[in-house]
Write a protein that binds this ligand. Structure first.
Ligand SMILES: Nc1ncnc2c1ncn2[C@@H]1O[C@H](COP(=O)(O)OP(=O)(O)OP(=O)(O)O)[C@@H](O)[C@H]1O
Ligand SMILES: [Mg+2]
Length: 261
């Protein structure tokens, strides 16, 4: 029996079939509060599908999902969001023609009553957006900039700010650095470290092992829709993780951690 805080996410034996295609075959996943979990695997291994199950976009064909120890069934991303699970999609789903503050608060703007009317409280929203960006140490020239005028890295930061603006416990990111320039990659990864200091758990899918090794506490590999291997980052070498992605494990007579000091 462990006295530790409950796992923020526990997925048990998640399977997902799309017609004749089996994308996930009984996958387990755990995430502790404030933990950064890297998920790796070859193209088609099932990474995105698993994250879409965790974030309510797909319903699993079978298996169980627990949030803070409680069994849940998400009918939609809205259900997942209500439980504090947010996903930053690869295309970011930002509205390019809207301002930074509008994107961060989209659909959740503060309003105020003027007589019988409810109006968007613009000043309150700007203040709220600024406060949140400051908390995450995201610097922008002005929150009134349109998102379409930002660089890829800044957009990623705005998407992360949006995902974490309202009580997120977990942020799931699918290849957040794939399209970014080197300097911007570092900024996004540092932002993930900041989320961790706020107690937010992060699941990071990346093909870039540099990202995984820079920011993650633990890495898990999927292979052909199933769990293949996982380890805390301090107990695994890069080459070994590359092997996992290709479906190779090291010889049994070399236990994980042996030789490390
Ligand atoms: N909506 C869908 N309908 C049918 N098949 C799907 C669907 N989504 C995913 N698949 C299939 O499920 C399998 C896993 O796909 P998934 O996108 O989860 O892989 P991935 O690990 O994210 O790969 P990549 O690294 O290329 O993004 C693939 O065979 C894919 O073709
Ligand atoms: Mg994918």
């Amino acid at each position: 029996m462990e006295a530790a805080a409950p796992l923020v996410i526990e997925a048990r034996a998640i399977a997902k079939r799309f017609g004749h295609v089996t994308a996930l075959r009984g996958v387990d996943l755990t995430l502790e509060p404030g933990e950064v979990l890297g998920v790796v695997g070859d193209n088609g291994a099932g990474k995105s599908t698993l994250m879409k199950v965790l974030s309510g976009l797909h319903q699993p064909s079978s298996g169980e999902l627990l949030i803070n120890g409680e069994a849940v069934r998400f009918g939609s991303p809205r259900d997942a969001r209500q439980r504090g699970i947010e996903m930053v999609y690869q295309d970011l789903a930002l509205a390019g023609n809207l301002r930074i503050d509008e994107n961060i608060l989209l659909g959740r703007e503060r309003t105020r009553a003027i007589g019988p009317l409810r109006l968007v409280d613009h000043a309150a929203n700007v203040a709220l957006a600024k406060q949140h960006l400051d908390k995450l140490r995201i610097h922008v020239k002005s929150v009134s900039q349109r998102v379409e005028d930002l660089s890829g890295g800044q957009r990623q930061a705005v998407a992360i700010a949006r995902a974490t603006a309202f009580d997120a416990k977990v942020v799931i990111m699918d290849e957040p650095t794939a399209a970014l320039a080197v300097r911007e990659v570092r900024r996004v990864l540092d932002l993930i470290k900041d989320l961790k200091t706020h107690g937010i758990g992060v699941i990071l899918i990346s093909h870039r092992l540099d990202d995984i090794f820079y920011v993650c506490d633990r890495v898990m590999a999927l292979f052909r829709g199933a769990n293949f291997a996982e380890a805390p980052l301090g107990e695994v070498e890069r080459d070994e993780v590359i092997g996992w992605i290709m479906g190779n494990k090291r010889q049994e007579d070399a236990p994980v951690g042996a030789g490390a000091n």
